[in-house]
Design a protein around this ligand. Sequence first.
Ligand code: FPP
Length: 240
Amino acid sequence: LSNPKNVAIIMDGNGRWAQLRGKPRTYGHIKGARVAKKIVTECASQKLESLILYTFSTENWLRPATEVGFLMGLLRRYLKRETQSLVRQNIKFTVIGDVDRLPKDILEAVRFAETSTASNTGLKLVFALSYGSRAEITSAIKEIANRVLQGELEVSQIDENLVQRALQTSTLPDPDLIIRTSGEVRLSNFLLWQSAYSELYFTKTLWPDFNAEQLALAFVDYSNRTRKFGGIAKYEDATH
Ligand code: FPP
């Protein structure tokens, strides 16, 4: 296999990284945001098609208000500082998630970054913000049910393609590879529909320690796998 073209990352372990250094968790988030910036640039220069970053989950709202406020502040600064750099790097920025829950000024900064980069043709960079996969699937079901009620659609016309198009990732390819840092081995409500055939890569490295070399290791691991999508691998095929 060659390198993955579509990658999604669960950036985990900022808090533990900081605590290991006797610092407040927020210190880890600051370093984590810097790492995110570097990985975005690396993926753009490697000509990936898409990169989805799990930046804030619906469950993250349950953290102490001070930590939520701090993460929102980081996001605000990232968007303000990076929008022009995304434009220059030909990166097209969008978001998925229940973004109406975000503070108004952040939502405006998100929309500004989206419109500023809308005509870019390089890496599709997606921030999952206030994102939860079950909520995403639930609203897709509601939308489809409404279309049936309106008489626009027959139940028999509901197929996997139609469901896919009702998701917030409708314009994005499914991830080839999903990376999770920090040693946790689960998806935590991230891209549950879209990950049906994704390769999963888990590393013990904490997100603030992640870098281009670690990304390259994940890509090597990916390229050594055989993706079968439920079928049989090509070399097996030849023997039958
Ligand atoms: C996981 O660490 C991190 C998050 C809450 C989401 C990711 C956020 C960042 C990387 C910083 C902001 C990024 C940008 C681009 C503005 P954790 O707090 O869950 O760590 P822990 O599991 O060790 O507690």
